[in-house]
Design a protein around this ligand. Structure first.
Ligand code: SOE
Length: 374
């Protein structure tokens, strides 16, 4: 490690999909960015000692553990990175905050609003740096959209239209994984993918005032993963909501796992008084832009891979496109810069509670079939 930069010992809890994405980010951030602190991939933690040891070897962690409580109790650990299913976010984050650790947590912050509020209270009481990993804010094209909006290039915003569509459970015989169990995941498409579109809406347009939501479960029981029978699906397969923003803008947010052919189709379009912007994660290096530029103007596509575009300076020359995993490296880079400055980079746990308040309102609205205030 460089003598000029202090080391920062990281412990990651959970090592499946998000654990792999976060491990890659912790490994890549120092070689590619001018980090103010040297992250050390100290410990990876999981429920199985054997699984955690295998993950440590495969993902590049120095040690492994099967007890997150033991890891949090260690004086040599500075950051707790939570990559577990949502049912353990609150207890881990609260324990980490009370132990004075930096708390970095995968989305959604919690499985319900009460837990999210407890987590925020814990990090505020402990005065620890905290961050929520909504990685798509840090796709360069999304950062460019934010810059253009803030510069007034599309004028006053009238619409945000967000869809996040996947198709991995369209087959009714696809097994009932943890994402389909309320006790584990808190909700279905609502908290898992519509939450991403919501976070982008809040990042790019502003706070949500009122929602009219519709949750739907198309397949209400599925084969259990261990082949021992079938189990109930008690979460939404699709979540839609009309949205009124505090700014006066209106819009819609939709998350569905029942859209054949849409693999990770996280798209938004924003319409303003002077133009429009559109982004599609499946074409994540591109931003579609329309600003009135004369009688024959139309949408143009900006390839957001130039050095002036957010985070690109750390990677390659123009046109050498980036991918999904880079957004996590950018997120970790901003976390390191926040730690050095003593600030909780956004989205942080306050954003997590705001997001959860909106998700909660969408659930209430789907039940009441009325507009619900956030
Ligand atoms: C859902 O399958 C999922 O893995 C989400 O949980 C992630 O947040 C998203 O980035 C990719 O899709």
């Amino acid at each position: 490690m460089s003598a000029s930069r202090p080391a920062l010992n990281v412990a990651m809890i959970g090592y499946q999909f998000m654990g792999r994405a976060h491990s890659n980010a912790w490994r890549q951030v120092r070689p590619f960015f001018d980090v103010p602190l040297d992250p050390v991939m100290k410990v990876v933690c999981g429920r199985s000692a054997e699984g955690a040891a295998e993950a440590a070897d495969r993902l590049g962690w120095q040690e492994s553990s099967d007890s997150w409580r033991d890891v949090i109790a260690r004086d040599d650990i500075d950051v707790i990175d939570i990559c577990t299913p949502g049912d353990s976010h609150a207890e881990i984050a609260i324990a980490a905050a009370e132990a004075g650790k930096v708390v970095f947590c995968e989305k959604p912050l919690a499985n319900n609003l009460a837990e999210a509020e407890q987590m925020l209270a814990a990090v505020q009481a402990a005065g620890v740096i905290n961050m929520l990993c909504h990685n798509y804010r840090r796709a360069p094209a999304v950062g460019l959209a934010k810059r253009m909006i803030d510069a007034g290039e599309i004028g006053d915003i009238h619409h945000y239209r967000g869809v996040y569509l996947q198709d991995w459970i369209v087959d009714p015989e696809a097994p009932r994984v943890w994402r389909l169990e309320k006790a584990k995941a808190g909700s279905g498409a609502l908290g898992d993918i519509a939450s991403h579109s919501l976070d982008l809406a809040r990042f790019l347009v502003g706070e949500v005032a009122e929602v009219s939501g519709l949750l739907k479960t198309f397949v209400d029981e599925r084969p259990l993963e261990d082949g021992s029978g079938r189990g109930a699906v008690d979460v939404d397969d699709a979540a839609l909501s009309l949205v009124r923003f505090e700014s006066g803008a209106i819009g819609s947010i939709e998350g569905s796992r029942f859209c054949p052919g849409r693999k990770n189709y996280n798209r938004f379009e924003i319409n303003g008084s002077k133009g429009s912007l559109a982004f599609d994660l499946e074409r994540m290096n591109e931003l579609e832009v329309y600003t009135e530029a004369g009688p024959d103007s139309g949408f143009r596509t900006i390839l957001a891979t130039d050095e002036q575009h957010p985070f690109v300076e750390g990677w390659w020359p123009p046109g050498h496109v980036l991918g999904y995993e880079h957004t996590f490296t950018h997120t970790v880079f901003d976390l390191l810069r926040g730690i050095e400055r003593g600030e909780s980079p956004r989205p942080n746990f306050e954003d997590g509670v705001r997001n959860q308040e909106v998700l909660d309102a969408i659930e209430r609205s789907s039940e009441s079939r009325q507009w619900e205030k956030v």
